[in-house]
Write a protein that binds this ligand. Structure first.
Ligand code: CTP
Length: 403
């Protein structure tokens, strides 16, 4: 998706600088040409040799080469790039950029760049929350720079809070989405309403125990984000998960149980054009939910389970002409046959098959390997890819069917 794109990566001096290596690797893997400029302090965190090797280009950080006096032109770097990504962007560099200070090559390049600039801030939570940083970031946004929001989690200081640099995969995805939108100027799902359900459901046994599954919600969230980037109006019915979509354009309906998942999904279905059922809905739920904690005893504990409603089958019956219904099939054996059976039984228009036999596919991974089967028995097999890339493959297939 980034084939032939020229990305200039600016690395400033923070602990997250080590992740620059992963960013470069991902960019190069997608076919981008990468050049790196570092601040002098950044070299204390990761070596230019590492970044030069990965980017296959010399890394620069000085205004001139002390050996032969050769001038490193920040102007030509800024003109070369299709996009300038500064990751990590420390509080110090952000402050200098906001104030127009130009005391290193990364900053002079920033001031002279004509291309879009993306910053991935990374710092301690209190530095990020300081009014000076907040106003610097706001100022940079007002200049038209793009900010890739930092994550919340464990920080290098040992504290827990917002300030971790966004994960390299997320950064690369933002660049990819930005550049692909810019390239095509096209939003193939503009005006379409897309409903996605994702994540596991949780079926309570008593106030402290439940039955659930390993679904992380990642595949469904990637689909929601990709559909939103393509211009769709997206509703995401989301079971209990630890990750959330980054795009503010997605309407999230949080649910817990299979019954709630059904109610919310059915409610949103009648007005949608496309529904993608990525949720790992529990097939069984306890027949009886204990109001108080079940006490330990010497006897065996028996929990009687009753089947939940099949949401996909229910929507398959409700489906109107012009609506497209896609489901997933998670299989461990007889994959194609089982997936085709589900496609017909649930009246789906296409089914996305993942096999737990495939390494790197299924629950918890950032990657997936899918086979897409449509109702005319066309079968498209894909390689192991990141879930973001898989989401694009699925949406492309859907777009080809609705046109
Ligand atoms: N699904 C659903 N409601 C359920 C169970 C599954 O809507 N109660 C949907 C899933 O979201 C998925 C598709 O049906 O899109 C297939 O789910 P999967 O778990 O693979 O199949 P099941 O129908 O549950 O069959 P089995 O567990 O026997 O494989």
């Amino acid at each position: 998706m980034l084939e032939g794109r020229k990305i200039l990566l600016g690395v400033t001096g923070g602990i997250a600088a080590y992740k620059a290596a992963v960013i470069i690797r991902l960019l190069v893997k997608e076919g981008a040409e990468v050049k790196v400029v570092m601040t002098p302090l950044a070299k204390e965190f990761i070596t230019p040799l590492t970044l030069a090797t990965l980017s296959r280009n010399p890394v620069i950080s000085d205004f001139f080469d002390p050996e032969d006096g050769r001038w490193n032109s920040h102007i030509s770097l800024g003109l070369w790039a299709d996009l300038y990504l500064i990751a990590p962007a420390t509080a110090n560099s952000i402050g200098k950029m906001a104030a127009g200070i130009a005391d290193n090559l990364l900053l002079t390049t920033y001031l002279s760049a004509r291309c879009p600039v993306f910053l991935a801030p990374a710092m301690d939570m209190d530095m990020l929350a300081h009014p000076a940083t907040i106003s610097n970031i706001e100022r940079l946004k007002s200049f038209g720079n793009h900010i890739i929001e930092p994550d919340t989690g464990e920080l290098a200081s040992g504290l827990d809070g917002k300030g971790r640099m966004a994960e390299p995969e997320v950064i690369v995805r933002e660049l990819r989405e930005f550049l692909s939108k810019k390239k095509t100027g096209e939003q193939p799902l503009k005006g379409r309403r897309v409903l996605i359900n994702a994540g596991p459901t949780v079926e309570p046994i008593d106030p402290v125990r439940y039955i659930s599954n390993y679904s992380s919600g990642r595949m469904g969230i990637a689909l929601a984000e990709a559909a939103a980037a393509m211009g769709a109006d997206v509703t995401l019915v989301l079971g209990p998960v630890s990750i959330k979509p980054r795009s503010g354009a997605i309407t999230i309906v949080p649910v817990t149980t299979a019954a709630e998942m059904k109610e919310a999904t059915v409610a949103a279905f009648s007005t949608c054009d496309i529904a993608i059922l990525a949720a790992a809905v529990a097939d069984f739920t306890p027949e009886h939910r204990h109001e108080t904690k079940v006490k330990r005893g010497d006897d065996d504990m028996v929990i009687r389970l009753k089947p939940t409603d099949d949401i996909a089958a229910c929507l398959g019956k409700m489906k109107r002409k012009g609506q497209l219904l896609a489901g997933f099939a998670l299989e461990t054996d007889n994959e194609l046959e089982n997936a085709k059976g589900k496609l017909r039984r649930k009246n789906l228009d296409l089914i996305i098959l993942n096999s737990l036999k495939d390494q790197g596919a299924g629950f918890g991974h950032h990657t997936n390997r899918v086979t897409i089967i449509d109702s005319n028995d066309n079968i498209d097999k894909f390689e192991l890819k990141t879930k973001d890339e898989v989401a694009l493959d699925i949406l492309k297939k859907i777009i080809s069917l609705i046109r």
